[in-house]
Design a protein around this ligand. Structure first.
Ligand SMILES: [Zn+2]
Length: 198
């Protein structure tokens, strides 16, 4: 690329971001350059700040700048029910429903032996320690409905049931606006198995 070295350096760093190819990285670099030093300072500060100030909540392991996080610190949240999710975006998705008033536990991944991700790579030990400190009545396993998510749900069930805690799994089935005719076999079978009385 026949551009000045500082531009090439920025393009190289931007291109490391997920979903950003060389061309997009170039476009972003020229945009930053054009926006001027004010914006560049803000952007650099925000990037440095996120790495400096964000840590894991010692209770639920979500990303937070205050420990405990806002959910764990909220006395109105029901600590008897804990929703286990793979990642922070999943926690945010459940929060957006405004249907869940319990607390969370973020695993930071799902079991995937092929990728070398075993139980010790996830925040499972932290969950067990947490339950020792403050027993819960129900654990809602809200991992993804894929191979890794299912394996994780099964593992957690085996681990948690002997502790006398109720373990539930979020229902799976046809998405809203979905078409029965085009649903795959597994999804349709699960939707049938998870049917409820109206
Ligand atoms: Zn928390």
């Amino acid at each position: 690329m026949a551009v000045a070295d500082p531009i090439a350096r920025l393009v190289k760093e931007l291109a490391k971001l997920p979903g950003i190819g060389e061309k997009t990285a170039q476009r972003l670099a020229f945009h930053i350059l054009k926006a001027g030093p004010g914006y560049a300072g803000e952007l650099a500060g925000a990037i440095a700040g996120v790495v400096r100030d964000v840590r894991l909540c010692s209770e639920c392991q979500t990303l937070t700048d205050k420990d405990p996080c806002a959910v764990c610190a909220d006395p109105r949240r029901d600590s008897r029910i804990i929703c286990v999710v793979e990642g922070v975006p999943d926690l945010l998705a459940v929060e957006r429903t405004h249907e869940f008033r319990g607390r969370y536990h973020v695993l930071h991944g799902a079991l995937s032996p092929l990728d070398g991700i075993g139980p010790s790579e996830l925040k499972i030990r932290e969950l067990l320690l947490r339950l020792e400190r403050e027993p819960a009545e129900e654990i809602v396993v809200a991992t993804n409905p894929d191979v890794e998510g299912e394996a994780t749900a099964l593992y957690l069930t085996k681990l948690l049931k002997p502790l006398g805690v109720k373990v539930t799994r979020i229902a799976q089935g046809i998405p809203m606006g979905g078409d029965l005719e085009y649903a795959d076999q597994v999804t349709l079978a699960r939707a049938l198995a998870g049917r409820r009385e109206l």
